[in-house]
Write a protein of this length. Structure first.
Ligand code: NAP
Ligand code: F7E
Length: 354
């Protein structure tokens, strides 16, 4: 019989890639989605007839328990969160309720209804914050620098605690930044690639940015969901860092993205203090040795290289098409901004599983 998975945050970047991966492995895939006045399911529209969606909310304990008893999942992937760091300063309480307490609500529902269900918690490199060592691994102490990072630390430790207190199979993936054409437009990679495409097409001239010195370890979301799945198949529940082991500044990203379409970033970019954060995570670079040794892998990295070559091959033709915003999830290469996004991705070839 096929396995059943429940994904919270299925409408997000990672949720959409994970849903694809699980469907390709023959899972029955269920997703928890929030009710809104207008459905925003673009990232999963190409999968819609193969998914079962259930209305629920991380804030609503009863909706979570009711979905769990209906679905009886073998695996729950808790990806839902308020995930944009700057919003965590303007809405710290809401961020805490979704991103921190929401995890306890999920775990409590599992404990009382489906204690054998495996649980994945989407932890984050933001927990390392003002880093205590370089590179960061599973033993590096946390020092979060935003309400988001603080909330993720709570979510991380409550998952560890339910594993140790109640024997729940709870794993926590400490994922470093991972990007894709499906990334939200407010995150730095999409913000840059989208603006570069618009500038190239003459639709805008300037790009306001925050701290250009911050360093990130950027990987590809499609690879990272495979790591998530592998963690959930292990014999014992453990926590893993997933990262490429390379770090680059935001300025590197700007240079590569603008150069990809023969533009000089210095002519278009200016620093706007409103995008500078109250406290910054200056340097992230992960050490994914444990994941490489215990989870293995490799095929996905080869797939990624093949996809990337194909996408790059299609880039020249695509940049001539004045389409700004189309990623319906089926196309790996597409509009100009996606091409730039892929080029930017090249500055950090994801090596988590090579
Ligand atoms: P994302 O694109 O922002 O997606 C977040 C998802 O959470 C969306 O589906 C959103 O639903 C849902 N959500 C938010 N609040 C909710 C609530 N109260 N109830 C139910 N659903 C809610 O995030 P992502 O990049 O895919 O990241 C997935 C997870 O990994 C997040 O927990 C994030 O914090 C964590 N993470 C991400 C990265 C990264 O680099 N991407 C790195 C480490 C950890 P709507 O569509 O309704 O808004
Ligand atoms: O910022 C700097 C900014 O918003 C990256 C989330 O998925 O990854 C993500 O969090 C860096 C920061 O991602 C702009 O200051 C400069 O240093 O793309 P970002 P993030 O904050 O690292 C972690 C792992 C998560 O868990 C989160 O959920 O870029 N930066 N100028 C800028 N960032 C943005 N957004 N916009 C700018 O104009």
């Amino acid at each position: 019989m096929s396995k059943r998975a429940l994904i919270t945050g299925i409408t997000g970047q990672d949720g959409s890639y994970l849903a694809e991966l699980l469907l390709s492995k023959g899972y029955q895939v269920h997703g928890m989605v929030r009710r809104s006045s207008e459905e925003k399911f673009e990232r999963i529209s190409h999968l819609r007839d193969r998914l079962t969606l259930h209305q629920g909310d991380l804030l609503d304990q009863f909706s979570i328990a009711s979905i769990l008893t209906q679905v009886e999942p073998d695996e729950v992937y808790n990806l839902a969160a308020q995930s944009f760091v700057p919003t965590s300063w303007s809405q710290p309480v809401l961020t805490g309720e979704f991103t921190a307490l929401g995890v306890t609500k999920m775990l409590e529902a599992i404990r009382h209804t489906m204690p054998k269900t495996r649980f994945y918690q989407a932890s984050s490199s933001e927990m390392f914050g003002k880093v205590r060592e370089v590179p960061q691994n599973e033993h590096t102490p946390f020092y979060p620098r935003s309400p988001y990072g603080v909330a993720k630390c709570y979510g991380h430790f409550i998952a560890v605690n339910y594993r140790e207190s109640f024997g729940i199979f709870a794993v926590s993936g400490i994922l470093f930044n991972h990007e894709s054409p499906r990334r939200g437009l407010e995150f730095v990679t999409r913000k840059v690639s989208h603006a570069v495409a618009r500038i190239k097409l003459g639709l805008q001239d300037k790009l306001a940015m925050g701290n250009l010195e911050a360093k990130r370890d950027w990987g590809f979301a499609g690879d990272y969901v495979e790591a998530i799945w592998l963690m959930m198949q292990a014999d014992t529940p453990e926590d893993y860092v997933i990262a490429t082991g390379e770090t680059h500044t935001v300025q590197d990203l700007l240079e590569v993205a603008f150069a990809r379409v023969d533009l000089d970033w210095k002519k278009h970019v200016f620093v706007d203090s409103s995008f500078v954060r109250p406290a910054e995570v200056e340097l992230l670079i992960g050490d994914a040795t444990k994941a490489r040794q215990k989870l293995g892998g490799g095929s996905r990295a080869a797939d990624r290289r093949r996809d990337q070559n194909a996408a790059e091959a299609g880039l020249d033709a695509e940049t001539k098409i004045p389409a700004i915003d189309r990623d319906d999830g089926r196309r790996r290469s597409g509009a100009a901004h996606e091409g730039v996004g892929l080029a930017a991705r090249k500055i950090s070839l994801s090596r988590a599983f090579s």
